[in-house]
Design a protein around this ligand. Structure first.
Ligand code: HEC
Length: 270
């Protein structure tokens, strides 16, 4: 069990506690903050029960929740006044001087400086070319001449659940012999060669790549590499090798099990 996966549920519970406590103390401002923390923790905990949501959807959902609850708390004059009270207190109250100095003169300028720095820092990112990143796989593919139906393809190793730990170990070996130069020892996409390639190798951790893909897709991409990409993805424009030339099918299924298990992700199923 990976303890990291319980951080977001814990944040969600913390948010609920703050919201309830603030409701009891009749403090709409902290009620608002608590609700937002609870929603964020809840959304980020999704991978425990269903396929994880893409980061973009989470940002959109948070922005909508922020505006909705802001409108909700500003509907009556009385709640809105109470909502603004902690903000006013920090800005104006005599006895909140220390907090004022800490927030207004230290925290906010530091935050602004950081945001400005992060924005101004030159990013050595390669120029973006319009390119399909997750092209639709073909219905079928060949593996060293053998025809494989991708639509119905499942990882055959997963049927043998008792051996899963062994497959994960084998997959780890395959990964560190073949993939980590590009995709990174921590599966972050930041391997030693990564900066040399455009498009860069994607990370496997996080919820935007393999977490959104069924395992048959991973099998196809690893087997066929750059050469298997359709024209919308510029087949010649990728460093991803064609591993059917070096690995047998079981090794590819092993490494697939490893990259899902090491990132705490699950293959997408329909
Ligand atoms: C030489 C560098 C390199 C090596 C080695 C490499 N990859 Fe890749 N890989 C890439 C690049 C670059 C991309 C992104 C471009 C593309 O989609 O073809 C990619 C894409 C992928 C994708 C598609 C991910 C997605 O979200 O669409 C998978 C899966 C993948 N690699 C798995 C592997 C596995 C498993 C190995 C080892 C067996 C491996 N790669 C080895 C460079 C590499």
């Amino acid at each position: 069990m990976n303890i990291m996966q319980y951080i977001f549920p814990a944040i969600g519970v913390f948010g609920i506690a703050v919201a309830v406590f603030a409701a009891v103390r009749k403090s709409p401002f902290f009620n608002f903050i608590g609700i937002l923390i609870a929603i964020y923790g809840g959304l980020m905990s999704m991978p425990l029960i269903m396929p994880p949501l893409p980061a973009m959807i989470i940002h959109m959902y948070m922005a909508t929740a922020f505006l909705t609850f802001l409108i909700y708390f500003s509907i009556s004059d009385e709640t809105w006044k109470a909502f603004l009270r902690p903000i006013r207190a920090v800005l104006a109250d005599e006895d909140k001087k220390v907090m004022r100095v800490a927030i207004v003169y230290i925290f906010v300028p530091l935050l602004a400086a950081y945001i400005a720095y992060a924005g101004a820092k030159p990013a050595f990112a390669p120029p973006v070319t319009p390119r399909e990143t997750h092209p639709e796989p073909p219905m079928q593919m060949t593996f060293k001449g053998q025809t494989i139906n991708i639509l119905k393809l499942q990882n055959p190793l997963r049927e043998n659940a008792a051996q899963l730990n062994k497959y994960t170990e084998d997959g780890k070996k395959v990964y560190f012999q073949n993939c980590f130069f590009c995709h990174g020892a921590d599966l972050s996409g930041k391997g030693v060669f990564a900066k040399a390639f455009n498009p860069p190798p994607p990370p496997f951790m996080g919820t935007d790549t393999i977490a959104q893909l069924p395992e048959s897709y991973v099998f196809w991409r690893v087997s066929k590499g750059w050469a298997g990409l359709p024209s919308g993805s510029h087949p010649w424009d990728s460093a991803m090798p064609q591993f059917e030339n070096w690995l047998d099918q079981n090794s590819i299924w092993d490494v697939s099990i490893y990259i899902y298990s090491a990132t705490g992700n699950k293959p997408r199923t329909f």
